[in-house]
Design a protein around this ligand. Sequence first.
Ligand SMILES: Nc1ncnc2c1ncn2[C@@H]1O[C@H](COP(=O)(O)OP(=O)(O)OP(=O)(O)O)[C@@H](O)[C@H]1O
Ligand code: SF4
Ligand SMILES: [Mg+2]
Length: 325
Amino acid sequence: MNEKTIIKATELAKYYTIREGMLIKRSLTLKALDGASFNIKPGKTFSVVGESGCGKSTLARLITMIERPTAGDFEVGGINAVTGTSQEMKALRKKVQIVFQDPYGSLNPRKKIGSILEEPLKINTDLNREERREQSLAIMGKVGLSPEQYRRYPHMFSGGQRQRIAVARALMLNPDLVVADEPVSALDVSVQAQALNLLMDLQEEMNLAYLFISHDLSVVRLISDEIMVMYLGRPVEQGKKEVIFENPLHPYTMALLAATPHVDKKARKKRILLKGEIPSPLDPPPGCTFHLRCNYMTNLCRENQPRLRVVGERQVACHHAEKFC
Ligand SMILES: Nc1ncnc2c1ncn2[C@@H]1O[C@H](COP(=O)(O)OP(=O)(O)OP(=O)(O)O)[C@@H](O)[C@H]1O
Ligand code: SF4
Ligand SMILES: [Mg+2]
């Protein structure tokens, strides 16, 4: 078995500076992502879950090298992707590809599927026209599209088929990692399972690693090996899927699981309802950022921010995690 690590991220952070105020301008720092550390190995799926605005897509933009982190760093196949030379970065960008949520907006409506798929080959390889065509037809076959569809335009496809095209495009350069940012959220529920099965089949066939982003724990449960639950930009619980679904230790994870149908009864037994709104990331509460919504909050929680620490087989950022073991 290949044990090399595709992604090794260490304390990744992304802060945005926001300017506010009409007359008196002031600058505020928005910590969109803070302290994300994880490894992803070939053939494995690392999933990131959490409510809207918790920093999932920010992480995707860092790992795909669309944006640079404010702090921390990460390696792709052992090469530092923050301090790498421009030549190294160019090579790394081929190894990491992305599939977006919206199968309508992410494909150029004026281009035929063949030319959409061949564009990355034109830019990044010396393949001639015939070789490019062969390669795109081969990938189309892998994702379940037929050769006749090569000359069709995106509007001639259903949502599920368009997402197959987006997946095919991501695979054209034979990447090591695919970042999938809510890849099935825009699809009808009836098509979601097919799309997930396709991703899992491709993973097995090509030994792909996935950074899979979703707000839906029932989807994450199907596809993941490891998960990272995020709240207001910070990881709050992280570990093997089975461990976390079986016995979540962070009250936020418990609340997400309790609200998700079709998860283990044991996890759902800790019935916790999520109360209140997510606080503004521009003015997060002191101490544990979840304390205003947490049923187990104590004075310690109000004052001290819990660090991510190892409890049993997972990492969790809660002062009172041992209570829930
Ligand atoms: N370019 C930017 N400038 C300023 N703030 C940003 C920028 N991009 C993201 N943010 C903020 O960072 C936080 C995290 O955003 P992000 O898009 O990563 O969340 P998300 O988890 O992907 O949410 P969703 O589930 O809605 O897609 C949000 O508060 C967002 O408003
Ligand atoms: S640290 Fe306190 S407020 Fe935060 S999740 Fe744990 S018990 Fe709740
Ligand atoms: Mg997002």
